[in-house]
Design a protein around this ligand. Structure first.
Ligand code: EPU
Length: 337
């Protein structure tokens, strides 16, 4: 374990922003993490997972701790269920592929989401009708002040749409070190109702899909809509889909009768921010070396060499325009640093 100085964070954030960390360290196990947290000279710390949900708008004047704890193990199992523990530094998609290979069901719809296992619970990652909370059993996290490990059961985590306790009360206080998932070994509960999945399976002529088929279909859909961060810098959805009241929604449909919605409760609906941004004219717009993705308006992209401030300013322009046109505030999903 070695503390390095003046390190470019470009390889460590999927937006590919060339910001620098004053100090940088990689930790591979609990005891290294404990040691690093004990160091007195670095009051300012940034915990880094896969770097797939952050926009760096400036250099980081402190210690970046890159979580590199690895390992996947079966904790317990019976005829129907298996509990699998994955360490925080495992790449999320590699973990999904491991579950698919073992025919453990539950997270196949979450294939190809960028990021690491340890950061997935923070924003309760979700896609195609499934959220992390559906299979999350518990996680272990280190308290930054006491350096002790605490178990968070599912009920402790206050999971919600792109939200959890780790974005609220526990923010900045804990570092997730491993996550336990409860997965199915048989009678997999398939989730194929999301339009894009059912049409992809139909296109492939699959009538009784396996979890392997679903994972493949999700990969195909994501590859066709979302830019590969290895080729074009991005953080997936930049904004959350806003939740508005039915009254607000009905008012909007008077001017925009094709506005899609997903029911959330009896009196609220979610509207796709991608639709609002597309209607506002931003889809596919390029401003020099950054812009809005051509296939999914929710995704801001760095074509190479853009600064975090460029992208942040674009996000503000989009928010203001959407507010002016529709009266709806859209909130960033990514963490802006
Ligand atoms: N839409 C447009 N134009 C666009 C994009 C979307 O009109 O450019 C409209 C269409 O009506 C489309 C609808 O929005 O039918 C929904 O689009 P999509 O299926 O792509 O889903 P989304 O609501 O835009 C959310 C997640 C994605 C996730 C997909 C699939 C959020 C913020 N984003 O996007 O998550 O992959 O659903 O489940 O909830 C991510 O978080 O990084 C991410 C990619």
């Amino acid at each position: 374990m070695q503390i390095q100085e003046n390190i470019s964070l470009k390889p460590y954030n999927t937006f590919g922003i060339d910001a620098k960390a004053k100090h940088f360290v990689t930790v591979a196990n609990i005891s290294e993490l404990e040691q690093v947290l004990t160091l007195k000279n670095y009051p300012n710390k940034l915990i880094l997972g896969g770097g797939s949900n952050m926009l760096l708008t400036k250099d980081f004047d402190g210690l970046v701790i890159k979580m590199n704890l690895k390992g996947i193990e079966i904790v317990s199992e019976d005829e129907t269920f298996v509990t699998v523990k994955a360490q925080a530094g495992e790449v999320w998609h590699d973990f999904v592929l491991w579950t698919i290979k073992h025919d453990f069901g539950g997270i196949e719809n979450l294939s190809l989401i960028p990021g690491n296992v340890g950061t997935a619970p923070i924003q309760n990652i979700g896609a195609y009708g499934v959220e992390l909370k559906d299979t999350f059993e518990s996680c272990e996290a280190m308290a930054i002040d006491s350096k002790t490990l605490k178990t968070f059961e599912k009920n402790d985590c206050n999971f919600d749409y792109r939200n959890s306790i780790f974005k609220q009360e526990a923010k900045g206080k804990y570092i997730i070190t491993s996550v336990n998932f409860k997965l199915t070994k048989s009678n997999h509960k398939l989730n194929i109702h999301y339009g894009a999945i059912s049409s992809e399976l139909e296109k492939e002529g699959i009538k009784t899909p396996t979890i392997q088929d679903i994972s493949r279909a999700v990969i195909t859909i994501r590859e066709s809509k979302l830019p590969n961060p290895k080729l074009i810098g991005n953080c997936g959805s930049f904004f959350k889909n806003p939740v508005i009241s039915i009254q607000e929604y009905e008012k909007l449909t008077k001017n925009f009768n094709d506005i899609p919605n997903y029911p959330v409760s009896d009196d609220t609906v979610k509207v796709p921010a991608g639709w609002l941004i597309e209607k506002a004219g931003f889809k596919g717009k390029q401003f020099g070396n950054y812009g809005v993705h051509k296939n999914q308006a929710l995704v801001l992209v760095n074509y190479g060499g853009a600064s975090g401030t460029d992208i942040y300013n674009l996000s503000e322009l989009i928010q203001k325009t959407v507010k002016r046109l529709f009266g709806i505030s859209i909130e960033a999903e990514v963490n802006i640093l």
